[in-house]
Design a protein around this ligand. Structure first.
Ligand code: G4P
Length: 535
């Protein structure tokens, strides 16, 4: 243990409070194709982190400039991981956490939302609320995460702005309080009415939206001359919103009941500056977290963090695992020796890294709101707490309501020990939830997942890491509810329902369809079934 540096003294509380106050840690929640990658690029572009859009995600068809990126990272002191894009804006540090929202939609996506202070709900102006956005919204609502709504693709024909606002309010009960209002209908985006300042912000297109779009701030009395009748319409509609209680309300925003709303075209880089300004001016900074006893760990307390995601097998040559931890309090410096609350054992952090794709760079310090990537952290699981000096334990990360179920069986009967070990490991890492019952037996556990991609990961890792190929047989269930053990026998007798137990002892009943569940509840009002998060 001689190569471990002694713990450096922690920064003074006042410095920690200042740094925490500068952090804005958020994620974008959206349905695939709403424009999340485009918006991420545009945000980084506006923050002057990159000079041309297309450098962040390197999607097919766009410029992929990972190596340039790493150079820029060094030159400008920004850091990026496949999980977090960190950049300075005005006097703040923005941490944008990536929520894998595409084909790989999974529990990881939900877990990321346990690590943010705010979410941006990105909506396609032509489509309105879509299923994946709704699911992610439910998680935010459950956790009381304040939401900023961004209605995107206003440069393309879409729905009426008032109709979209109404849909959000009536379908999910979130009150939109627009901060900007579009001048020009969807498909004819001239600019926005800044509802707080009253002025017209006019946008100008640049070639392909590749560079930051110039914007002009025109006073209200000159706006009609600049935008014609579209300005008058925007003013009228804005007045309607005010009459309908649609003005910004800080308390309602922070309570998660009202949502400051903006209109953008991420592809043209319109309205993106306004989003950054809103994040800086209105989004909450880290405020600590409640521990298992309900006590609040304040940001200026000694270091603490919780793991919200574990990613394995990023580098097949090294069979490594990275645990991502969100800093709750205190300062982190590489080399700190922390305590792993679950085991009480010391945890050495000389491998703290920031990671971007296959590339890594060393992370030297972190403050409340930041995310640390801890490599080779075999002992860490999602929900685990790390601390220094003053012990603390944060509540476990909730299990989310699975919608896909499959029986797992080892294809080589001689390997049942490895089979058990592998399944246990995947379960602890949160790759899939594992359900069991006496009827099915130890050799046929049921995998439960939020997204089917989780199954593919599990199958791959069982074969590659545990040398135990498995076969999955999908089960015809779509919904899960918690059930009191006393009712288990009765539930098992129902048509198209089955009771299984999770490793934490919670009993779940699976139903073939939401309609079966509804029918059951109608016929058996005395049996109480509990919802899981994001059900
Ligand atoms: P995602 O990460 O949420 O899945 O969405 P992504 O950014 O990949 O955007 C999906 C498609 O929508 C892309 O088009 C993108 O260019 C387009 N898009 C995003 N924001 C806007 C916007 O504000 N206005 C318009 N008109 N389009 C937008 P694509 O054809 O799939 O890809 P590409 O060839 O344009 O890259």
């Amino acid at each position: 243990m001689t190569d471990i540096a002694p713990a450096p003294p922690s920064a003074p509380p006042a410095r920690i409070s200042t740094e925490a106050g500068r952090r804005r840690t958020f994620a974008v929640i959206s349905h695939p194709d709403a424009g999340k990658s485009t918006l991420t690029e545009a945000l980084a572009l506006h923050a002057r982190v990159i000079t041309e859009a297309g450098a962040v995600h390197g999607k097919a068809g766009r410029r992929s400039t990972v190596s340039d990126w790493m150079e820029m990272e060094k030159a400008r002191g920004i850091s990026i991981t496949s999980t977090v894009l960190q950049f300075p804006y005005r006097d703040c540090v923005i941490n944008l956490l990536d929520t894998p929202g595409h084909a790989d939609f999974s529990e990881d996506t939900y877990r990321v939302l346990t690590a943010v202070d705010c979410a941006v709900m990105l909506i396609d102006a032509a489509k309105g609320l879509e299923p994946q956005t709704l699911k992610l919204f439910q998680v935010c609502k459950h956790r009381g995460i304040p939401i900023i709504t961004v209605i995107n693709k206003w440069d393309r024909p879409g729905r009426h702005a008032l109709e979209l606002i109404d849909e959000i309010q009536t379908r999910i009960g979130l009150k939109p309080t627009p901060l900007t209002w579009p001048v020009g209908i969807a498909g004819d985006f001239k600019g926005v009415l800044d509802r707080r300042g009253g002025q017209f912000i006019r946008f100008t297109r640049t070639a392909g939206g590749a560079t930051a779009a110039p914007e002009e701030h025109i006073p209200a009395d000159a706006a009609h001359a600049a935008a014609g009748d579209d300005w008058d319409t925007a003013v009228e509609e804005s007045e309607l919103l005010s009459a309908d209680d649609g003005d910004y309300d800080r308390d309602a925003f922070l309570a998660g009941t009202a949502s400051p709303t903006l209109f953008t075209s991420a592809a043209l880089n319109f309205g993106v500056n306004q989003l950054l300004d809103v994040l800086v001016e209105l989004a909450p900074s880290p405020s600590g977290a409640q521990d298992v006893d309900g006590e609040r760990r304040a940001p200026d307390a000694p270091f603490s963090a919780f793991v919200f995601k574990v990613q394995a097998g990023m580098d097949t040559a090294h069979r490594d695992r990275i645990a991502y931890a969100r800093v709750v309090s205190g300062t982190f410096e590489r080399g700190d020796v922390l305590t792993h609350a679950a085991t009480g054992k010391p945890f050495v952090t000389k491998y703290a890294q920031s990671v971007f794709g296959q590339q890594r760079s060393t992370l030297d310090d972190a403050w409340p709101g930041d995310v640390i990537g801890l490599a080779n952290a075999q002992a860490l699981r999602p929900g685990d707490t790390l601390y220094r000096d003053v012990p603390v334990q944060f509540p476990p990360i909730p299990s989310f309501s699975p919608e896909h179920f499959a029986v797992a069986r080892g294809t080589d009967p001689s390997k049942h020990k490895q089979f058990r070990r592998g399944i246990e490991q995947l379960e602890q890492e949160g790759v899939v939830q594992v359900l069991r019952s006496d009827k099915r037996g130890e050799q046929a556990p049921v995998f439960a997942a939020v997204g089917p991609m989780q199954f593919e990961v599990a199958v791959h890792r069982m074969a590659a890491e545990f040398n135990t190929p498995i076969a999955l047989e999908s089960l015809p269930y779509q919904v899960a509810r918690t059930v009191d053990p006393a009712d288990a026998e009765f539930m098992n007798k129902q048509v198209s329902a089955e009771v299984l137990t999770r490793s934490d002892g919670v009993m779940l009943v699976l139903f073939s369809t939401p309609w079966r569940l509804e029918g059951f509840q109608r016929d058996n009002p005395d049996i109480e079934l509990g919802s899981l998060v994001a059900a």
